[in-house]
Design a protein around this ligand. Structure first.
Ligand code: NAP
Ligand code: ZN
Length: 349
């Protein structure tokens, strides 16, 4: 018998959303059912609902920032029990046998990791994400949410948190390092919190002065507003690491010029349009222009444990189910402080 749950559904590209029931697969031996409490709204949800990354699978239930409690477990489940606080991020399955899966880098699975929504399981069935009351996933893709982080503040960590944690760790954010975070949205505000907690000196680069006080409260030491066209030029050779979270294109060469020699600029934003930069902007200072894609399951657990140990959660605005369309427009306008989280108890089909 399949599992029926209430969900927020985009029936076709661009929405609007409706509320109705959907069917999840029967519980497999290694599956758990999660009663979702909160689901974050990631800009990637908007890119996919609006088909900004190419054609998508509809009907779509977005949501890959999922926090809740375990409602039921399959007969072979060992990692989680009913009542446990758990989270699910961008992936719900992978082959488990390739070198990347064995290394805990499931996002690079040779067979292709199964995405939480807008994907297909290895059985060919479409996946449905977190804007719902329940989800069914393999136990391997649920992580433990430590006590001490509310489920609402924890939900955005499952994507915004891990996506910014990974490049900060890989590129050595810490004491003595000048780290810039470009774009103060869902990802950006978590990058600031983590980089500050790791001991780096943090600069926020935002479009206007509007978020200056917030940036300081989140842990930033400095703030640059690019509405002043001279600001990029004035800050050449300043940063060891730039984490770019912007969901739109940027004048890449000007940002690369703000790196010290040997510095790294890591893009986590995935705008629809290509970046444009000259070879000279990386060759001159032997700089690195990199990308970073979410993070594996062990790293996701490590990030959650770090967040709990440092008293960090996302800074959120909680909304009911009927405000998701309006919330999308506000995210695109850069008007979110700093992550919308859907209270899934308000989803009533
Ligand atoms: P978000 O909350 O909308 O934040 C993006 C920020 O970028 C905005 O707050 C804004 O900051 C800035 N921005 C937006 N439009 C801009 C423009 N036209 N020019 C300059 N700056 C602009 O989005 P998010 O959820 O953090 O996601 C950010 C990007 O990361 C998206 O493209 C998303 O798909 C991608 N993403 C990637 C991964 C990964 O694994 N790599 C994972 C999740 C998300 P200011 O107002 O401060 O300027
Ligand atoms: Zn996301």
């Amino acid at each position: 018998m399949s599992i029926t749950t209430d969900a927020i559904v985009a029936e076709s590209p661009g929405g609007p959303f409706t509320t109705r029931t959907i069917e999840h697969r029967d519980l497999r031996d290694d599956d758990i059912v999660i009663d979702i409490a909160f689901a974050g709204i990631c800009h990637s949800d908007i890119h996919q609902v609006r088909e900004e990354w190419g054609s998508a699978i509809f009907p779509m239930v977005p949501g890959h920032e999922i926090a809740g409690t375990v409602a039921a477990v399959g007969s072979a489940v060992t990692r989680h029990k009913v009542g446990d606080r758990v989270g699910v991020g961008c992936m719900v399955d992978s082959c488990g046998g390739c070198a990347y899966c064995k290394d805990g880098e499931e996002q690079f699975c040779d067979k292709g990791a199964v995405m939480t929504y807008n994907g297909r399981g290895y059985d060919g069935e479409p996946t449905y994400g977190g804007y719902a009351k329940q989800v069914v996933v393999s136990e391997r893709f649920a992580v433990r949410i430590p006590d001490g982080i509310g489920l609402d503040e924890a939900a955005p960590l499952l994507c915004a948190g891990i996506t910014t944690w990974t490049p900060l760790k890989r590129w050595g954010a810490g004491p003595g390092k000048q780290v810039a975070v470009v774009g103060l949205g869902g990802l950006g505000h978590m990058a600031v919190k983590f980089a500050h907690a790791m001991g780096a000196e943090v600069t926020v680069i935002s479009r206007s002065e509007k978020k200056k006080d917030d940036a300081a409260a989140l842990g930033a030491d400095h703030y640059l507003a690019t509405e002043d066209p001279t600001v990029l030029r004035q800050n050449r050779r300043r940063f060891d690491l730039i984490v770019n979270t912007v969901s739109a294109g940027l004048p890449m060469s000007s940002y690369l010029a703000m790196l010290k020699p040997l510095g790294a600029m890591v893009n986590v934003g995935i705008p629809a349009d290509n970046y444009d930069f000259g070879a000279g902007s990386v060759v001159g200072g032997s700089k690195v222009l990199a990308g970073s894609n979410i993070g594996g399951i062990p790293a996701t657990q490590e990030m959650l444990d770090f967040a709990a140990a440092h008293g960090l959660g996302a800074t959120i605005e909680t909304i009911p189910a009927d405000q998701v369309d309006a919330a999308y427009d506000r995210v695109v306008a850069g008007d979110v402080r700093y992550r919308f989280v859907i209270d899934t108890s308000t989803i009533n089909a």
